[in-house]
Ligand binder design. Sequence first.
Ligand SMILES: [Zn+2]
Ligand SMILES: [Zn+2]
Length: 246
Amino acid sequence: MKNIFKNFFRFVMELLFPSNLKCIFCGKDVPNPEFCCCNECLDKLKFNLDNNCVVCGDLLVGDEKVCENCKSYHKYFNRAVSPLFYDTLTRKVVLKFKDGDGRYLAPHIAKFMFNKLQEAEIDFDIIIPIPLSAKSLERRKFNQADLLAQELSRLSGKPVKNDVLIKVKETKHQKELGFYDRQKNLAGAFKINDKASILNKNILLVDDVMTTCATANECSKVLKKFANNIFVLTFARNTGNKLYKK
Ligand SMILES: [Zn+2]
Ligand SMILES: [Zn+2]
């Protein structure tokens, strides 16, 4: 199954990527100029294909289809998908992308995401990037999720609404926090700016990486008051398995 997907993925990549690229993961010249990912890295990439939760996409520990966290904690989104797992390869690309010099990576990262979107047959009306607070945006100069949303809009033909969902509260860095502390940290952080534009719409919520779903879930909670279905798409899925303990 994995090889079939990889071969199909190679085929799609050959069609999609422009020429004269270097591998986005290792920086080597790409032997086949149609690729943005070299064959060595393609073989090393961990595609998020099976053995993951049908709701949040996290890696499953047992044989069940839904993870423990989704069983015990309600998710306001219908489904979350990512083309890849978060590991040393994807982490390097994400860090480079978030650094100002890595903005050129947005279209290449978005193509991986678009590929997953098509594979998962997700139907949506509008794209909403997970927002940064005004202070964080000022510090970082750009919202990486918004760059990806713009690229996904070009690929899908669906509009981006980047002023509908806003982050009104500055929150602590979540890296050291478990799932429950993340939920507390994010409570009341997001607000809807323009209810009419999301009324009964199917929304694609976009970010670079997802770990516990706490951020995506809090955003979905406020969107769900007006929207219809909500899907979450991230480039890489980091497992939250260790972070769910109270
Ligand atoms: Zn490579
Ligand atoms: Zn789950």
